[in-house]
Every structure is written in structure tokens, then in C-alpha cells.
Design a binder for this molecule. Structure first.
Ligand code: 8GP
Length: 818
């Protein structure tokens, strides 16, 4: 990316004050005296939006006039976070905003707080999509993010009196939402059900119900690039006239039922994360947004043309399939080309395979989607025919490549048997140009294990793009103090558009003055977080203790249980005098995690963490030494507060299970040290920051495999390490369940008999490395030097770099020329 200095505000403070007043008057109809913080938020957002408008239309015009190919990022999730400050930063208006709002008699922080965070994603995959559209715009690449505007995003998490997770609906659209623009004039019709008939030798799909997909457009401002891309999220609306009048009266009510329920399609985000699902509504959602998006792209790139030359489609736009969720787009594009535009099969296939690419975000086989043929037949009968035909052609192609019949059989896109299914990852691999994993280790395992047959026969399809995160939101906005120090240290703020410049901080790790300043920044961030936590969650966190954080979805493979077991063993050791309380390094542990509502073990783990926190925080024996906090409802906002205040980050998944992780990157970039396994992007982070500046522990992928092979017996580890035994026994004895010995019995039984993710096998190494961590923390200058080296050496993990890799390896396109 070409380096940019901070953009210049398009307005003076005085002008911005006038613009806010104008919005208050003509949009909201309130006087300045009447205006609440929320009114000022809406008015300033609308004023900012106006400033983006010219660049937005210019970007679209340049895109359609086509000096370069656009990118369509198809994703069921975009976890975008709050919009106002991000837009202000990218426009260079942060100072003008603060001044204007103060002049109008309001507190800028309260105005920003009035924005409600849209939770349109579950976790890493959704947040990555949001970072990628930010970087696309910042690099000046014309792009659409295409997804769904769910009415209810990810559930709001609360904890009940027993510490159990309770899920509440999060109706975020009940609040004013100035950023999304509903464009009724560019809606698309998406149809379902019915049957396929032959008319004049042609297949004709006769669907029976339809839904109107209405785009809601969010502008995606690039940082200092002058470009504004589009995030187009589809909202489902019913048609008020039914196109079902062919049905006779008795069938009428049944027939219109799906029509009436059509709006349900965009009502709720599926809360699963890496867990299997097979829900009809989910497939409806997937087809809904993908069909609308493909038709939209044709409308955009061939305006007003009845018979466009769609052989040029892959030159206009390349579509990235964000996991398997949008893969139904492959048969949909085939259907559009063959049925709607009369292309023959081979031409249609050629266009389709050139148009799509697929990113896989998981290695857990159960998370790779498969759809029952019966279900697809019922909802999308024409697509099922096309998928079958793709399968036949593909098998024929394989026969030309190998004589290994078993291998060919393993590679079937549509399985055989009584209940045949469609494997969406296979369809994506066969129907696209490139397949990538999200970190080097993950991409390697994808080739060697998950998609082995495919990579053997189509090796050139496979590549890697290691994930990245946007430095604008996750350094500049989240951590203004560190940002100012980096700018001071480097003598320029250009690092925000070229994160490799952070390398320039390496020598400063040996400059004691700089190290002290860095330590002051971290401490100030800890104090700020403690204040925020007190205010928002009502708990006291002591900024003079080590801040140690584990935030991510709750999943067994991520091993929050390893952290909690180590913590309990520490607590037990203090209680029974195995360690001298004076030798214990004071530590405050923060957890943040949502569990999928149907994931029993994950929810039980949440309950355990909450109860460990309750017991530990109320025990005078460990006061000042150990505290545990679990703020509910971890989201982008909480991440932006907690990450800059963290000193030690936990990335402790079982090796081979975490595809990449992106939290690991955000923490390192904000000057936390990581304790982690050789998993996902941890491997690359460690390579870059240096082995001395990363706390590595645990089994490697090969060791994990060997242990599975030889027969893993977790009870052996329980017997071997008294610290582990003590922790598990403490849980079993009811210490964290008011004496009830049954509450956590399912967790204990699982650890001792199955422990699929080998928490027990890694326990001793994890408990041992705590001594190293604590020794280093007792030498603040050394700790901070290493933390600075983490910041300095992780510029690679910018999403700008990731997007540049996509441009070069997969999309083969470039930024718009000026
Ligand atoms: C996540 C991976 O678990 C995480 O390692 C990675 O950093 C992130 O994607 C972005 O690449 N995967 C998912 O969220 C995921 O697989 N979700 C689908 C199962 C729903």
C-alpha cells in the first residue's frame, strides 16, 4: 500500500457545527436545546455520511467504467463494529468532531457511546470480513461486501444468578441507524420451491414463492484513499401481491404460507460457530443473499442491457466465498447463465469457475457444511439438477486424471446412499479457481488432510493467505496512546497505511526512555480499562496487577478449560500453602466468550468460570493476588477497550485446531505478550516476533496426531501432576457449586475419560510456563522491551497486507487508477 499521511478534514470545526445543526433541524426536527447525545450522534453521523457521498459515487463510477476488476466479498457475516469514529478517522475529522460536539455542549464520548453496535456476526470469520472491506477501500480496490442485514444479530449474553449464560435477543434496529441506506429501487426478487418442467426442450424452473431482497447500503470509507466502497446487506421483505394465483382455493392458505413468512429469512443470525447445522432457514438465507448479490452485480456491471455479454463477467468482478456459506452461488450462477441468458453448459462452467474462489476458515470436519439433497430439491429443485450435473462432469474429469476409483469416490460432490448429501466445500473447490486457508499451518493441513484428494489432483488451486486485522480500528481507534507513541517513535504517522513501518520501532526496544514511555502507555490503558469496567460492569480491576486476557468464542478446542484449570490450581496452591502467598505475582484474569446456545459443554464451562470468579474474588486469602472477571457480552466494543490494556494474551488452542485466530494479531500489535501453542497464526507471529518474545508451550500437531494414534488416556495426566489433580478435585468437591458435587460432573467426566482436545496432556507444560511468565513480569523493563518487539514485528498482520496477498495470488486485480 502506498503510504499516506493522515487525511485532512474536509471541514473546519465551525462548518461541522453548522452541518450538525442543519441535520438536527431538517432531519430530526429537534432544536439544539432539545437535542440528546443520541440526537447529536445521529446528526453528526448523517453529516459525515454526506462527506463520503461524492467519493462513494465516484468510486462506483470508476468501478463500472472499469479500469480494474472489482471484488465481491460474499459473506453471511460482517461484524463491523461501531461506525462513527471509524468514518471520522478515515476522513481526518476526529478533532473537528470532538471540538464541534463540545462546542454544542455535549461530551464526545457520550455521543459516540450512543451508537449501538450491530452484531451481524459470530466471531472471527465475521470480523475478518469487516477488516477486509476496510482494507479494500483503503487500498482503493473497488469492492462490494455482500451479506445479510439481520434484524437480530448475535444474541445478547447475560449471566443469571448461578453464572449460567442466558441469551437475549438483540434488536439492534430498534435504535436510530443512520449508516444503512435502504434502497427500495434496487431490490431483487429471490424465489424458492416449486418444480422444474421442460418447455420447448428447455428446463424451466417454476418456483412457488418469492421474497424481495432489498439492499441496505453501508459506505465503507478507505483510510486516506479518497475511495469509498460498499457493504450491501440484503433485507428480506414480503411481496404484497402473491404470484400464486394458479393455485386453487383450498391450496391457497398453504401455498401462501412461505410467502407470508418470507421476511423471516433475514430475521436472525444463526448463532453457530464451528458446530454442525442443517437448518432449512439457514439454506434459505444463504441462497437469498447470494442470488440477490449475483443479480445485483450483473445489474451494476451491465446497466440497462438485456443481452449482456457475460463471458466478460469474470473480468468485471471476482467473488470470494467466505467459507461454505455462499457456495450455493456456484449453481446459481450456472442457472443464471444457462436458464436466464441461454449459455451452453461449457461456456457457463468456464465463466463460473473463473468467477469464484473459496476461503476455508476451519479444520473441524463437522463444521464443513453438507446439505441433504432432499432439502435442496425442495427449496431449489433446479439447483439440485445443476449440482448433480456438476458432480457428473466432475467425476468424468477425475476419471481422466486418475485410475484410483476409491479416490474418485471419496471426491464425489454429491454422496451416494439412501440419504445423499451435497458437500459444499467440495463444490466450492471444484467450482472455483482458488482455495485458500487462513494461516500457513492451516493451509498446509487443508492440503494434507481435509482436502487432500483435491490438492493431489489440482495442486495449483491451493494457496494460503494469512489473515490480518485493520490497524485503523484496532490500533489507532482502540489505542490512541500507543498510536501517538508509535508516531512519535517513528517520526511519521504513515504506519497507519503501511504497517511494515512498525519495524522502525525495533531499535527503540533498547532505548530505556522509549521503553518507559511504552510502559506508561500500557499502564494508562489499564487504568482507563479499570474505569470503563467499573462504570460499565461494576467490577474493580487493580491496574497494578498483571492484566491477563482470554477472549474468543467459547469452544472446547480453544481450551478455556485449560486456562481455568491452571487458575484453579494456582488458587488451590495458595489456599493450601503449597506456594507462599508473598511469592505470588498479582494477576487479574479477564475472560470474554459467548457459547452457541445449544452447546452444552461450552455453556457449562461459562458457568464454571463465573463461579470460579465468584469464589476467588470473595476469598480474603487471595485478595490482591488473584482476581477473575468475566464481563458479559463480549463484542467489538469491549475488544477495543480490553485489548490495549492487556499484558498477557492467551492463544492456547490444541495444535491443529484453530485455523488462524485474529485476536492473537490484535493483542501482539497492541503490545501484549502471548502465551500460546503452535497453532494457527501463532506460528507465524512467533516466527516474526522471535522465539524469545513469545511463551510457547504444548504439543505440536504431529505430537497430537501421534498421541491419538497410540491411544490417548487423559486420566494418566490427572494422576501424574498433583497440581492438575488438585484443581479437578476441587471442582468435583463442589467448591465452585456451593457444595454440589454434580454440577460440573459432565465436564470432569469428559476430561478424565475423553478429553478430545487434550487439555490434560498440555496442562503441565502450561502450568510450568507460568513461572517463566511471572519471572519476566517482575522485570518490567525486560517485559516491555519484548512487548515493543511484538508491536514492531507484527506489521505483517495488517489486513492491508492480507488484501494485497489476495490481489496477487487469487483475485489478480489492482487498485483503481486515479
Ligand atoms: C474462524 C476460525 O476459527 C479462526 O481461527 C479464524 O481466525 C477466523 O475464522 C477467520 O479466518 N472460523 C470461523 O469463525 C468458522 O469457521 N465459522 C464457521 C463455522 C461457522
Amino acid at each position: 500500500m502506498t503510504e499516506q499521511t493522515a487525511p485532512k478534514s474536509p471541514v473546519t470545526t465551525e462548518q461541522f457545527i453548522d452541518e450538525i445543526k442543519e441535520q438536527l433541524k431538517y432531519n430530526q426536527g429537534v432544536t439544539l436545546e432539545q437535542a440528546t447525545d443520541a440526537d447529536i450522534y445521529v446528526a453528526s453521523s448523517l453529516a459525515v455520511r454526506r462527506h463520503l457521498m461524492d467519493s462513494w459515487t465516484a468510486t462506483q463510477k470508476a468501478m463500472v467504467e472499469g479500469n480494474t476488476k472489482a471484488v465481491g466479498y460474499l459473506s453471511a457475516e460482517f461484524l463491523i463494529g461501531k461506525q462513527l469514529r471509524n468514518a471520522l478517522l478515515n476522513l481526518g475529522m476526529l478533532t473537528e468532531f470532538d471540538e464541534a460536539v463540545k462546542t454544542l455542549g455535549h461530551d464526545p464520548q457520550l455521543v459516540v457511546d450512543a451508537e449501538y453496535e450491530p452484531g451481524l456476526g459470530n466471531g472471527g470469520l465475521g470480523r475478518l470480513a469487516a477488516c477486509y472491506v476496510d482494507s479494500l477501500a483503503s487500498l482503493g480496490v473497488p469492492a462490494f461486501g455482500y451479506g445479510i442485514q439481520y434484524k437480530y444479530g448475535i444474541f445478547k449474553q447475560e449471566f443469571d444468578a448461578e453464572g449460567k449464560q442466558v441469551e437475549r435477543p438483540d434488536y439492534w434496529l430498534a435504535n436510530d441507524e443512520p449508516w444503512g441506506h435502504i434502497d427500495y429501487n434496487r431490490s431483487q426478487k429471490v424465489s424458492f420451491g416449486g418444480e422444474v418442467v421442460e418447455e420447448n426442450g428447455k428446463k424451466v424452473w417454476k418456483p412457488v414463492w418469492s421474497v424481495r431482497a432489498v439492499p441496505v447500503d453501508y459506505m465503507v470509507p478507505g483510510y486516506a484513499s479518497g475511495r469509498v466502497d460498499t457493504l450491501r446487506l440484503w433485507s428480506a421483505k414480503s411481496y404484497d401481491e402473491f404470484d400464486l394465483l394458479t393455485f386453487n382455493k383450498s391450496e391457497y392458505l398453504d401455498a401462501v404460507k412461505p410467502q407470508v413468512e418470507a421476511e423471516n429469512i433475514s430475521k436472525i443470525l444463526y448463532p453457530e460457530d464451528s458446530t454442525p447445522q442443517g437448518k432449512r432457514l439457514r439454506l434459505e438465507q444463504q441462497y437469498f443473499f447470494v442470488a440477490a448479490s449475483l443479480h445485483d452485480a450483473i445489474r451494476v456491471f451491465y446497466p440497462g442491457q438485456d443481452k449482456p455479454d457475460l463471458t466478460t463477467f469474470p473480468d468485471k468482478i471476482t467473488f470470494q466465498l467466505n467459507d461454505t456459506h455462499p457456495v450455493i452461488g456456484i449453481p446459481e450462477l450456472m442457472r443464471i447463465l444457462i436458464d436466464e441468458y441461454d449459455y451452453d453448459w461449457d461456456t457457463a462452467w468456464d465463466i463460473t469457475t473463473k468467477t469464484f474462489n473459496y476461503t476455508c476458515h476451519t479444520l473441524l470436519p463437522e463444521a464443513l457444511e453438507v446439505w441433504p439433497v432432499d432439502l435442496i430439491n425442495e427449496l431449489l429443485p433446479r439447483h439440485m439438477e445443476i449440482i448433480n450435473e456438476i458432480n457428473e462432469h466432475f467425476l468424468a474429469e477425475l476419471k481422466g486424471l486418475t485410475r484410483d476409483k476409491e479416490r474418485i469416490n471419496r471426491m464425489r460432490i454429491v454422496t451416494e446412499g439412501e440419504h445423499p448429501q451435497v458437500r459444499m466445500a467440495y463444490l466450492a473447490t471444484a467450482g472455483g479457481s482458488h482455495v485458500n486457508g487462513v494461516a500457513e499451518l492451516h493451509s498446509q493441513l487443508l492440503k494434507d488432510v481435509t482436502l487432500r484428494d483435491f490438492s493431489d489432483l489440482f495442486p495449483t488451486k491451493f494457496t494460503n493467505v494469512t489473515n490480518g486485522v485493520t490497524p485503523r480500528r484496532f490500533i489507532r481507534l482502540a489505542n490512541p496512546r500507543l498510536s501517538a507513541l508509535i508516531t512519535e517513535g517513528l517520526g511519521t504517522d504513515k504506519w497507519l497505511s503501511d504497517l511494515d513501518l512498525l519495524q522502525g520501532l525495533v531499535p527503540l526496544a533498547n532505548d530505556d526512555e522509549f521503553v518507559k514511555k511504552f510502559a506508561e502507555v500500557k499502564h494508562a490503558n489499564k487504568v482507563a480499562f479499570a474505569n470503563f469496567a467499573k462504570d460499565r460492569y461494576g467490577f474493580e480491576a487493580n491496574p497494578d496487577t498483571m492484566f491477563n486476557t482470554m477472549v474468543k468464542r467459547l469452544h472446547e478446542y480453544k481450551r478455556q478449560s485449560l486456562k481455568i484449570l491452571a487458575l484453579i490450581s494456582r488458587y488451590a496452591a495458595i489456599k493450601n500453602g503449597t506456594v507462599n502467598v508473598d511469592d505470588v505475582l498479582p494477576r487479574t484474569v479477564f475472560f470474554g466468550a459467548k457459547a452457541a446456545p445449544g452447546y452444552y459443554m461450552a455453556k457449562l464451562t461459562i458457568q464454571l468460570i463465573n463461579n470460579v470468579a465468584r469464589v476467588v474474588n470473595n476469598d480474603p486469602d487471595v485478595k490482591g493476588k488473584l482476581a477473575v472477571h468475566f464481563p458479559a457480552n463480549y463484542n467489538v466494543r469491549l475488544a477495543q477497550h480490553l485489548i490495549p490494556a492487556t499484558e498477557l494474551d492467551e492463544q492456547i488452542s490444541q495444535a491443529g485446531k484453530e485455523a488462524s485466530g485474529t485476536g492473537n494479531m490484535k493483542f501482539a500489535l497492541n503490545g501484549a505478550l502471548t502465551v500460546g501453542t503452535l497453532d494457527g497464526a501463532n506460528v507465524e507471529i512467533r516466527e516474526r516476533v522471535g522465539a524469545d518474545n513469545f511463551f510457547l508451550f504444548g504439543l505440536t500437531v504431529d505430537e497430537v496426531e501421534a498421541l491419538y494414534e497410540e491411544g490417548y488416556d487423559p486420566a494418566k495426566y490427572y494422576e501424574a501432576d498433583p497440581r492438575l489433580k488438585m484443581a479437578i478435585d476441587m471442582i468435583s468437591s463442589g467448591t465452585f457449586s456451593d457444595g454440589d458435587r454434580n454440577t460440573y460432573a459432565p465436564l470432569v467426566a469428559d476430561w478424565l475419560t475423553k478429553d478430545y482436545f487434550m487439555t490434560l496432556a498440555d496442562f503441565s507444560a502450561y502450568a510450568d510456563i507460568q513461572y517463566q511468565i511471572e519471572d519476566l513480569y517482575r522485570q518490567p523493563m525486560e517485559w516491555n522491551r519484548k512487548a515493543i518487539l511484538n508491536v514492531a514485528n507484527t506489521g505483517y498482520f495488517s489486513s492491508d497486507r492480507a488484501i494485497e496477498d489476495y490481489l496477487e495470488r487469487i483475485w489478480h486485480t489492482s487498485p483503481l487508477a486515479d
